[in-house]
Design a binder for this molecule. Structure first.
Ligand SMILES: Cc1cc2nc3c(=O)[nH]c(=O)nc-3n(C[C@H](O)[C@H](O)[C@H](O)COP(=O)(O)OP(=O)(O)OC[C@H]3O[C@@H](n4cnc5c(N)ncnc54)[C@H](O)[C@@H]3O)c2cc1C
Length: 479
């Protein structure tokens, strides 16, 4: 029997996960899968891009080496852009002119860095000025590394997650780094004002200068950057500028192919676009008015899409995701979920401020249910809080128990077997069993369980578990 042809456009983190989910359901045998990837490598973990800035190679963050595709019977075209698609003809064309037939196709085209509307970003030939960078791809980061020299002055525009990560990478290379953020609070989407102040102090302790409430108006210099001009007319000299000020879903191919789009490619609860047989997943997809920009929701979409495509669960529906953030930003633990500010005077707010430990924790409680939480400096309570938040569990009378450990939280199973890797849902007991069975380095443990290969924020916890549980412990928590 001839297999149906499934084309996947884009080879980022969504595609990598979708291939895993398809594989689990026998989808790689069911379909003849072809992946078209603009970037020249196998899929890699974009979240860990800073490792390249630190001097690492693409292999250090690769999720699927090029050989993986052939081994799994997936046809893979690296470095190939899909430039045109016809739904009626069930065909797509790539930038080298080749034509490919498909029965079903998935848009997994992700996002690009938003090019800000600042004067002087581009040179006369239409390319960005020398020393002006986006922060999205391995190629961006490789170019940054080639340009950067110790002692240079770098400005990172954007004080969100990406900007702070870029700033940390550059300060580690010996540059004098300033973060210029439009809003008053760093990571203003994830933390409240006080959390932002704690975060700011932690970032400043790294030697990074933080400027908030500054509006970048222009890039100065002719062929190469010489500085930035802010709204109030102030000029800040710079040898290098990194823009990390938002992302834009890549919808152009879908739009040109008459697939309905809004901010993202419109997808229903089965992740199907409005044209049957065409699907969208990841940062390019818009579901119920939301485009997601972190991996956890995207992974949930991939599971539903794999169920849909393979028929493993025809009833599977994607109903949207609750967004949690648990990150290590420039070495600082940050977690947030739900509301970051009280919504009304009836909301109960619990704040714990520990100046000495540089830790700030806040809970927002509405009608005896957790409506939101912000943790800066110590996110060890995050897994338990996520469960309570998700299950809408009743809360302990002593609210501080919520911040202590999962054991005290009614309705939370975190106390019995806390989840360490929230991206791949790997529990403590699984990890301890693998460590005792011989996975006694981070690399081995991650290969076996996938823990630590998502956002990477649990790698410190993995290292601790190895030290505590490996049969021979000394010096094991490496690489
Ligand atoms: C520096 C950085 C740090 C991050 N940190 C975190 C974090 O801590 N936690 C978190 O949850 N998320 C984080 N994210 C976000 C996370 O990386 C994204 O949500 C995720 O990568 C999106 O996956 P995707 O596959 O939808 O898009 P992408 O990973 O962008 O992949 C899309 C791919 O499609 C390719 N493509 C596009 N159009 C075409 C075409 N026409 N033909 C062929 N190929 C095409 C692109 O070149 C790209 O390779 C971070 C992102 C960055 C950049």
């Amino acid at each position: 029997m001839t297999r149906r042809k499934l084309a996947i456009i884009g080879n980022g983190m969504a595609t990598s996960r979708l291939l895993d989910e398809l594989s689990r359901r026998g989808g790689l045998q069911m379909f003849e899968v072809t992946v078209f990837g603009e970037e020249p490598h196998g899929a890699y973990n974009r979240i860990l891009l800073n490792r390249i800035l630190e001097g690492g190679a693409i292999d250090d963050i690769t999720l699927k080496p090029a050989a993986w595709y052939a081994e799994q019977g997936v046809r893979f075209y690296p470095g190939r852009v899909v430039s045109r698609l016809s739904h009626a003809a069930r065909r797509l064309w790539t930038d080298d002119g080749s034509e490919h037939f498909f029965h079903a196709a998935v848009f997994a085209t992700g996002s690009v860095s938003r090019v800000p509307t600042v004067e002087g970003y581009f040179r006369e030939d239409g390319r960005p000025k020398g020393g002006v960078f986006a922060y999205r791809t391995a190629a961006d980061v490789e170019r940054m590394r080639v340009w950067a020299r110790p002692g240079q002055r770098a400005v990172v525009v954007g004080g969100g997650l990406l900007g702070l990560e870029a700033a940390k990478g550059l300060v580690d290379l010996g540059l004098e780094v300033t973060v210029a953020h439009l809003f008053e609070t760093l990571m203003n989407r994830q933390v409240d004002q006080t959390g932002g102040q704690f975060l700011r102090r932690a970032i400043e302790r790294l030697g990074i200068t933080v400027r908030t409430s500054v509006n970048t108006k222009a890039v100065l210099g002719s062929d190469r950057v010489e500085g930035l001009q802010f709204g109030a007319g102030e000029r800040l000299p710079a040898d290098m500028v990194v823009f990390a000020s938002g992302i834009k879903p890549r919808v152009d191919l879908a739009k040109d192919s008459d697939v309905p789009t809004n901010a993202g490619i419109l997808a229903d609860d089965r992740l199907e676009t409005q044209l049957p047989g065409l699907y969208a997943v990841g940062e390019c997809a818009e579901h119920a008015g939301t485009v997601y920009g972190t991996v956890q929701p995207i992974y949930e979409q991939c599971a539903v899409l794999a169920d849909t495509l393979t028929g493993a669960n025809p009833a599977a529906r994607y109903r949207g995701s609750k967004v949690y953030t648990k990150l290590k930003v420039a070495g600082v633990e940050v977690a947030s979920m739900g509301a970051v500010e009280a919504g009304s005077p009836d909301d109960e707010v619990v704040q714990v401020v520990e100046e000495k430990r540089s830790v700030y924790r806040k809970l927002i409680i509405r009608g005896d249910r957790l409506a939101g939480a912000v943790l800066v400096g110590d996110s060890s309570a995050a897994a338990g809080l996520v469960r309570v938040f998700d299950n809408r569990s009743p809360l302990p009378e002593n609210r501080l128990d919520l911040l202590a450990s999962g054991e005290a939280i009614p309705g939370s199973s975190a106390g019995n077997d806390p989840e360490v890797c929230n991206c791949h849902h790997v529990s403590t007991s699984t990890l301890v069993a693998e460590i005792r069975g011989g996975c006694d380095t981070l690399a081995r443990l991650s290969n076996k369980t996938k823990a630590g290969t998502g956002c990477g924020s649990c790698r410190g916890q993995l290292a601790d578990l190895i030290l505590k549980n490996a049969p021979v412990t000394a010096g094991r928590a490496k690489g």
